[in-house]
Design a protein around this ligand. Structure first.
Ligand code: SAH
Length: 346
């Protein structure tokens, strides 16, 4: 089966078989890859036009009770200088972001017991009150349905919780036994039921990932129908058990971004920081492969290098909100417009 024929068929059916995935991840000429990316872009443009949405990322705590083998802020990593941001600081970050045109704030952190439901609701409702026209996205891990409901009632609209891998065995090789895929998936269903716009996702090139596990990831996306999907290359962090593992590649990430766009056309799809970290033009290339969201960093400058999920994480220059003008220019240069808009799913 030819590469181009397969791309057309996946686009038309908005679905993919494992054989087709094998073809699309297999040997391909530059021309074939450009065809894949071009089709994905066309699909994205049809839904969202030539717009790229921006989200301001506030990494408000790097304390975490979990011990995921790949993650730099895992609880066993003693080399991390831990920090947490109090509400007033978070509100200042939002204010700065608002002035720069951000209308979505993403509050992300480790699973930090200090931030009880009461504290999270207090933060969310303060942001809601001060920035009524902005979307609030939470990304703080696995909680009970009751907790998710409380945050929603306090004013949160969206929730990012990457499923990490949809395959049980693979999940078990990336996480300690106290963490379960069943629970993580259930969280996503709960969030959806409550009424959040939800985002799942996975790392590209994580250890033990295979075509079959990736296929399960794509099928999970088809089943869940999330509003957002966050994928980026796995990048080793030197103080984790996965320090010596291989990183995911730019090309593999671009191919998967394109496929996700083809099988789930309306998805909000970020060109992630990890993608920007492994390649200088990762963000642009991601957009040219079907992504339509960027998430510059709005955290206070002095904590940015402490939220080290992986080595060499890009957090300054164009990855930071201060670099907005430049990012805007870079996006304009590839024919897109970085807009000040909540950028809801449509
Ligand atoms: N505690 C929150 C946020 C986790 S950090 C939660 O559980 O959702 C956000 C994402 O960073 C993770 O979901 C994971 O996919 C990604 N990540 C963690 N370590 C990484 C690494 N070494 N390389 C690339 N991405 C990583």
């Amino acid at each position: 089966m030819s590469y181009i024929f397969t791309v057309n068929e996946v686009r038309e059916k908005q679905n993919i078989t494992v054989e087709q995935l094998r073809i699309l991840l297999g040997n391909a000429s530059e021309e074939e890859l450009n065809f894949l990316y071009g089709q994905a872009r066309e699909v994205a443009d049809k839904v969202y036009g030539k717009k790229v949405f921006k989200r301001g990322l506030i990494e408000f705590t790097n304390y975490c009770k979990n011990d995921c083998y790949y993650c730099g802020i895992r609880r066993s990593n003693n080399c991390v200088e831990r920090y947490r941001l109090e509400k007033e600081i978070i509100l200042e970050c939002c204010k700065r972001g608002y002035e720069l045109g951000y209308r979505t704030f993403v509050l992300q952190g480790g699973e930090d017991g200090y931030f009880t439901d009461e504290r999270i609701c207090d933060i969310v409702s303060s942001v809601r009150e001060k920035f009524p026209d902005s979307a609030i996205t939470l990304s703080i891990g696995e909680k009970s349905k009751e907790s998710y409901q409380k945050y929603f009632d306090a004013g949160a609209n969206r929730y990012l919780l990457r499923h990490e891998t949809a395959n049980e065995e693979h999940y078990g090789r990336l996480h300690p036994t106290e963490l379960s895929l069943v629970n993580r998936k259930q969280c996503l269903w709960d969030l959806k039921e409550i009424g959040y716009q939800v985002g799942c996702g996975f790392m590209v090139g994580s250890s033990y990932q295979t075509i079959e596990t990736l296929y399960e990831d794509l099928m999970f996306i088809k089943a869940l129908e999330p509003h957002m999907v966050g994928i980026g290359p796995f990048i080793p962090q030197q103080d984790t058990p996965f320090a010596k593992e291989k990183a995911g590649t730019l090309e593999m990430t671009l191919r998967l971004l394109a496929m996700i766009r083809l099988i789930h056309p309306h998805v909000l799809l970020p060109a992630t920081t990890a993608l920007g970290t492994i390649h200088k033009q990762g963000r642009e290339l991601g957009i040219l492969a079907g992504a339509n969201v960027v998430m510059p960093n709005l955290s206070p400058v002095d904590v940015r290098d402490k939220y080290k999920l992986y080595d060499n994480k890009a957090c300054s220059g164009d990855e930071a909100a201060e670099g907005d003008a430049n990012l805007q220019l870079r996006i304009k240069n590839i024919g897109y417009e970085l807009v000040c808009d909540r950028g809801d799913y449509c």
